[in-house]
Write a protein that binds this ligand. Sequence first.
Ligand SMILES: CC(C)(COP(=O)(O)OP(=O)(O)OC[C@H]1O[C@@H](n2cnc3c(N)ncnc32)[C@H](O)[C@@H]1OP(=O)(O)O)[C@@H](O)C(=O)NCCC(=O)NCCS
Length: 179
Amino acid sequence: MLLIQHIDEVEIPELIQLSKKSLGEGYLTIDYFKKVVFSERYYSWKIVDEKNGLIAFLVAYKTSFEEVYEKTGNRNVTEKMEIPLYCLDTMVVETSYRRKGLGKRLINEAIQSLGEGSHYIMYTWKQGEKINMQGIAEFFQFYPLKEYNGFWEKGCVNGEFKCPAKIEKCVCSMVLYYR
Ligand SMILES: CC(C)(COP(=O)(O)OP(=O)(O)OC[C@H]1O[C@@H](n2cnc3c(N)ncnc32)[C@H](O)[C@@H]1OP(=O)(O)O)[C@@H](O)C(=O)NCCC(=O)NCCS
């Protein structure tokens, strides 16, 4: 049986282990979970398989159009400042459980909790022609606002994390989705 619950601090090592394989070594750190995910404006959900333990998680946070503007310089999103805006930040599903609708289940849980009427963004990861969250974004009727080349380049080049896609230089871009 699969259960959706909130993440607990004691699960940080398991969460890091789960994210390492998919997002690269060092991308999600102990500090990210301790200082960021368990701070006030953050929300998180996990899926637990009663047999196998933690198999998926999603982290979201309350943001603002100003913050998106700061990160991206995209003026299009500064217009509706009064509407609650959340960023669906990080989601990982254990490899053997993928494409069974768990990612959709987590996003649905977040939207139900944070409000159907709220607005949402996702900073999605594009490698070549592949966008990691494209199917899910389209399913939930997000639309792509803009692509940003080199969005993660600084951290990637500085070796802040080990990107699984990097060959000699940073090759990924970010596609900003909005709904
Ligand atoms: C992205 C991710 C969370 C999706 O989880 P999931 O449980 O497989 O998602 P779902 O089963 O709900 O699938 C949702 C849709 O996404 C798309 N999708 C999922 N996996 C895909 C794949 N490997 N290739 C292409 N599309 C895919 C499909 O459109 C799918 O719908 P469909 O199965 O009806 O065709 C999972 O693949 C993952 O953990 N990836 C690595 C980490 C990552 O990139 N996280 C996202 C950003 S932090």
